[in-house]
Design a binder for this molecule. Sequence first.
Ligand code: ATP
Ligand code: MG
Length: 424
Amino acid sequence: MHAIILSVGDELVLGQTVDTNSAWLSQQLAAVGCDTFAHITVGDDQQMIQRAIARSAWRCDVLLVTGGIGPTEDDLTRQALAAVMGVELELNQQWLAELDQFFKNRGRVMPERNRIQAMIPRGAKLIFNTAGTAAGIEALLSLPQEGGRESCRVFIMPGVPKEMKIMFERDVLPFIKQSGGGACILSKTLHTFGLGESAVAEKLGDLMKRDRNPLVGTTVAGGIVSLRVNSRFSSREQTQSELDRAVKSCYDVLGDLIYGENDRSLAEVINEWLKLKNETVTIAESCTGGLLAKMLTDVPGSSDIFQTGFVTYSNDAKYNRLGVSTEMINIYGAVSEPVVEAMSKNALRLAKADYALAVSGVAGPGGGSATKPVGMACIALAWKDGVTLRTFNFPGDREMVRDRAAKMALSMLRYHLLKKPMPF
Ligand code: ATP
Ligand code: MG
């Protein structure tokens, strides 16, 4: 079964409201094996809505429309549907009585313009709204077109997300399930950091072939390359077992490159590890200006693993707070491995932590040179028996460089905890 989702509202096309309805509906449909072909968004314009309905209907089995069934002049979805069906709107006495009652219960008389909310195209079915005044509409559209489907079931639901969700679950979902969405779709997301998307894809090789089921795809956000594994079979058991198998294959290929699944962040992984080991980390940050501390403490309960840190942005601060000698800074520069080494060792001692991460880099846009270009960052990890030093060149603007440097520092600690060399 295939669906198209049409969202109606000027606020959506103007970008004032983010269309969360379509995302939520797609997720619900996927969960019962109904594929979504497209998301379409149009403003409160009857011609546009009409055209969108007519063009979508012969491409899908079910068309889900949200928005534009309020009582005001700009609510035109019902009129558009009636026009596509080639019928008039007619009054639904039962819903008119409900509306009357709705207002009476609030000690008010129903405004005349709410009457339109009891009008539905002739031949369509009204869907009760238990949470508001906008009733939904269900209609079977017959639009024979060459190469198209014979008919399409259209559901019109309120734009208000809460009302839409109630109506979808109660009145639309049963239809979809019964019409043999049939298949079950389950997904898992695996996150990696450190290698680029194409390098990850290369390692995955055939696992990413587009005709596979489960299907493995990659997305990138904030330097994190994530694999989305979608499994789709007729029974839940098979969907789950095939998903597990495909996920295992991804782990077999990528191993420790995968740091977490679904909503996990790198900092959560570090928090969990250190909690398990009953150890703590401190930070000494220059170019990241506290970002590393923020990431670590974004995780609830992080006081178990993080007590204090040092944001030492200027050379004076590096000396005054961490005791990094001015001479050393003058010889090597603030962005150098000897300086981050000293920052990390001194922070470790001062904070009495088990690990210390220190970062110093050229975040840009200015301040770069031929030997120390924008994006260069030195990172040190110190622990009681030693220190690891690395220099990286991160691409991108100031925000990106700082973000990647902080994530790379967390990765250095992660690989140290894994007792594995970093593979990048
Ligand atoms: P209804 O059909 O329920 O009367 P409407 O389009 O007539 O909806 P509006 O007043 O335009 O009602 O929208 C109601 C609220 O729902 C607004 O806050 C609007 O931004 C929000 N909304 C509408 N469509 C969406 C959507 N696709 N995703 C998220 N929010 C939405
Ligand atoms: Mg609207």
